[in-house]
Design a protein around this ligand. Structure first.
Ligand code: ATP
Length: 269
């Protein structure tokens, strides 16, 4: 099959276990994603409609994209990603791509459409007095039309991510659109420990490594930054032994010392 610019059609390999922490959130998401896809008949019988859209919000690097992948994997759904690049295209181009993505997703159902940085499409209309319809307004109205059209489509779910939930146009939050809003927080101590374990389990690690201590020493680090500490530690071990690297405590310590979190206490919602 051909790959249409950035639209990937595949079932990701990431599973829920690859995501550290976020136990309750994973459970909620699992239910919201699996029920409509696996039990759509039950919904019809009861005459209720399942959630069509889920909005994930929270700081960057805390697994919103990874959650979308795990959701697709768990339901064996194809994942169609629509990223920030498309929001700044020439007039008409972004809309055509968006319509095309929905069309493909309907044909490939069960499927999940992931809209990354959705505030780029759907930020609050500025309400300026000009009569010009902006590129953004046209994208938003396309998105609204497509989401309303999903009423008849079975097994298509829209997951969207943003770091700026307050910037989302309220039209998207009406019933039948993004009915479920989930906050994806930065990891607490226990979650950091689990995230470090997820990424360290792919490497050969020495007995002296104390991931609990690394977790305690990484307050405010995101999942992405913790993954980066593991990669750095792995690289340091490789420098010592390129054939059979064994990652030791000193590698983790050095990796930690050379890293700094981007989040500050104030930035956490
Ligand atoms: P952005 O807002 O920047 O798009 P995001 O919230 O979508 O970020 P991801 O892209 O899912 O974050 O995460 C970035 C990387 O960090 C991923 O490669 C993932 O492996 C790692 N990561 C983040 N959170 C976790 C977690 N809870 N468990 C394991 N890995 C994580």
């Amino acid at each position: 099959s051909s790959i249409t610019r950035g639209v990937t059609v595949k079932i990701p390999k990431v599973s829920w276990e690859d995501i550290g922490g976020l136990r309750d959130l994973k459970k909620k998401l699992q239910q919201a994603v699996e029920w409509p896809i696996k039990h759509s008949d039950t919904f019809s019988r009861l005459g209720i409609s399942p959630v069509r859209g889920i909005l994930l919000h929270g700081p960057p690097g805390c697994s919103k994209t990874t959650l979308a992948k795990a959701a697709a994997h768990a339901t064996q759904a194809s994942l169609f990603s629509f990223g920030a690049d498309y929001y700044s295209m020439y007039v008409g181009e972004g809309e055509a791509l968006l319509r095309n993505t929905f069309q493909k997703a309907r044909l490939a159902a069960p499927s999940i459409i992931f809209l990354d940085e959705v505030d780029g499409v759907a930020s609050k209309r500025s309400g300026n007095s000009s009569n010009q319809v902006t590129v953004e307004e046209r994208l938003l109205s396309t998105l609204l039309t497509e989401m309303d059209g999903l009423e008849e489509a079975k097994g298509v779910l829209v997951l969207a991510a943003t770091n700026r939930p307050d910037a989302i146009d309220s039209a998207l939050m009406r019933p039948g659109r993004f009915d479920l809003v989930l906050y994806v927080p930065p990891p607490d101590l226990e979650a950091r420990y689990e995230i470090l374990q997820v990424h360290a389990r792919k490497m050969k690690v020495a007995d002296d490594v104390d991931l609990q201590r690394v977790a305690e020493d990484t307050d405010l680090f995101t999942g992405a930054e913790l993954e980066n500490i593991c990669s750095k530690a792995g690289m340091l071990a490789m420098r010592e032994n390129i054939f059979e690297p064994i990652v030791c405590d000193r590698h983790f310590q050095a990796a930690r010392t050379s890293s700094k979190p981007a989040l500050t206490q104030q930035k956490i919602e």
